[in-house]
Design a protein around this ligand. Structure first.
Ligand code: SAM
Length: 265
């Protein structure tokens, strides 16, 4: 087969190092009972390792030029879907699995955040997300109160579970090498959450961090068109005069529930 010409527009930076691919699979804690959703099969290097370690793999790939090389690998427990995953309804994706499933992906960088938010908090059946992202995004994913990267992404992820950087991956490990270094982040979805609340919770987080230098009072009154008196019925003056970055994610979630009770009145 002639050498495959990678396409920048699809974020095609492929991995070939077998040790690294196996390490990603073990970071994701994949075992024989697992069903796995892979996003972006590429030439199938990660897919093959996942296939050897899991019960079933469903792997999306947008690039139709990869149909032939991927079909040629012949993996009996892998279903390839040659389409844009962002166009698929999550319920349709879930029908491919019998039980709970884990997401594993060397993500196309141009759509990292839309993919994270397509799945984050959207289903109780997703047990974890182990994803290769740009190092700068990894820092934002795992940041805690007090870190300069702490913000919307870290706080949103923390509503669902724990994010950990499992390894840093230099740009030279990819073919072709991207302009930046990467890291693998695992999100363990291990906190109780309510599906009906999560989008409103994310919206609250976006609003309180909207203008980072402004106080909670400013951001909430601007974001929700609500006045100080109403806010004071659920928040104390100290809370209202601080910034979102001064609160841990647990405190933010607690604030969200008080705010939501106010909005339901
Ligand atoms: N998993 C392979 C590897 O590790 O070598 C490829 C990873 S590469 C960074 C990302 C892959 O995602 C590319 O093959 C690209 O064509 C595919 N992709 C990009 N956008 C996609 C989308 N919206 N839906 C499905 N696949 C997509």
């Amino acid at each position: 087969m002639k050498e495959f010409q990678t396409k920048k527009k699809y974020g095609q930076n492929f991995l070939t190092d077998k040790n690294l691919l196996s390490a990603i699979c073990s970071d994701a804690d994949i075992c024989k009972d697992d069903e796995v959703l892979e996003i972006g099969a590429g030439l199938g290097a990660l897919t093959e390792i996942l296939s050897n370690n899991a019960k079933k793999v469903v792997s999306f790939e947008i690039d139709k030029d990869l149909v032939e090389p991927l079909k040629a690998i012949n993996l009996s427990n892998v279903e390839f879907i040659f389409d844009d995953i962002l166009k698929w309804n999550n319920d349709e994706i879930e029908k491919k699995f019998v039980g709970d499933y884990k997401i594993v992906a060397n993500l196309p960088y141009y759509i990292t955040t839309p993919i994270i938010f397509k799945f984050l908090g959207k289903s109780k059946r997703i047990k974890s997300m182990t994803i290769m992202v740009q190092k700068e995004v990894a820092l934002r994913m795992v940041a805690k109160k007090g870190d300069s990267d702490y913000g919307i992404l870290s706080a949103s992820i923390a509503c669902l579970g724990e994010a950990t950087t499992t390894r840093n991956v230099g740009r030279k490990m990819f073919s072709p090498p991207p302009k930046v270094d990467s890291a693998v982040v695992k999100i363990d979805i291990n906190k109780p959450f309510e599906l009906q609340e999560i989008d409103k919770q994310f919206e609250f987080i976006r609003k309180i961090f909207a203008m980072r230098r402004k106080t909670i009072l400013n951001n909430l009154s601007m974001g929700y068109k609500i006045n100080r008196q109403e806010l004071q019925s659920v928040f104390n003056i100290d809370e209202l005069s601080k910034r979102a970055e001064d609160f841990s994610t647990e405190e933010i979630i607690n604030m969200y529930y008080r705010f939501s009770a106010l909005m339901k009145k």
